[in-house]
Design a binder for this molecule. Structure first.
Ligand SMILES: [Mn+2]
Length: 321
């Protein structure tokens, strides 16, 4: 299919993420961090054609506005100024352009967008969309050599297929495991029912994925599980909003009781960044129609900002002034 348009920039009149500059051409990026929305995955049925997470990138951008005036402030979660006093250039690339019904093409455009962002040297922050979107996103890392994947989620997402669809929201970790450049995996916050039958658990364990339940984190503390993050040079974090507890993140597609707190999630992200180079971060599965007072979008925007701040504090992005 012919690609006529790769992205739709954030429309004027609507907020960009953290009020950052709006990029119009991914081939001309000059940034340390590039925000990109990917509104659609591949639906399982007709009802899924209108993804509840399609408006999520816009909701996360809107929620990020409350932090804009504090970007020069002290961040107590980071123990210093948000960007550690460094120059960090953020751009918002808008959303990957989605052609109605052209799921394969949308997927290819997503991969292409990630390749262009990475080629520019910018760190990609991917706003889902549902949990199908890391599948085309991770294909944009085929030149990386190797990377580990750390997932925060209630569900293990190891289904081979659902209704014959192999690249849907239940399958990102299974598809990731098939990419030759993806090595170890750790999956944090796992709990409840609904993500796996015995065969998916067996497949994950056979691959060597580390499944760390939410209960273990609550019982023994997040510090006790940080050593389960695999050793790697490069890391990709995929964060399903339902990994968080429904009491703080009700606006998701598949709520599960017993989830992670904000600080458990933040300290997991921080620990990954301290271990090696983080090369990508996605936050997916926000369903704005289910949200309460915009709490889920707010915590999603906060965690993305925390991730950017932590990268800056660890010298992975930006320049010393
Ligand atoms: Mn998921």
């Amino acid at each position: 299919m012919s690609t006529t348009q790769l992205i739709s920039p954030v429309p004027s009149g609507l907020p960009s993420f953290l009020d950052s500059e709006r990029a119009k051409n991914l081939s001309e990026l000059e940034a340390d961090v590039a925000i990109i929305g990917v509104p659609y995955g591949i639906p399982y049925d007709l009802a899924g054609m209108r993804s509840p997470s399609a408006p999520a990138p816009g909701a996360l951008r809107a929620a990020s506005r409350r932090f804009v005036k504090y970007l020069s402030h002290y961040d107590f979660d980071l123990g210093g100024p948000v960007f550690a006093g460094r120059d960090v250039r953020l751009v918002d690339c808008g959303d990957v352009f989605m052609y109605s019904g052209d799921f394969e093409g949308n997927s290819q455009r997503t991969t292409e967008a990630i390749r262009l962002i990475r080629k520019s040297g910018a760190f990609p922050i991917i706003l889902g969309g549902d949990h199908a979107i890391p599948i085309p996103v991770m294909r944009g890392y085929d030149d990386i050599g190797s990377m580990a994947v750390v997932q925060l989620d209630a569900h293990i997402d190891w289904r081979h297929e659902v209704n014959g669809i192999t690249e849907g929201l239940s399958s990102p970790m299974r598809r990731a495991s098939e990419l030759e450049y993806i090595g170890d995996m750790a999956q944090f916050g796992i709990r409840g029912i609904g993500s796996a039958r015995q065969e998916e658990v067996d497949a994950a364990l056979a691959y060597g994925s580390r499944l760390i339940t939410a209960e273990e984190i609550h019982e023994h503390g997040v510090a006790s599980v940080l050593d389960r993050i695999p050793d790697a040079e490069n890391y990709y974090i995929t964060f399903d909003a339902d990994g968080l507890d429904p009491s703080i993140a009700p606006g998701v597609n598949t709520s599960a009781p017993g989830g992670l707190t904000y600080f458990q999630a933040a300290r997991l992200i921080e620990a990954v960044i301290k271990r090696g180079r983080l090369v990508g971060y996605d936050f997916v599965e926000v369903a704005p129609d289910n949200d309460v007072a915009g709490m889920t979008a707010m915590i999603g925007a906060r965690l993305a900002l925390f991730t950017i701040g932590t990268l800056s504090h660890n010298g992975q992005i930006g320049r010393a002034r």
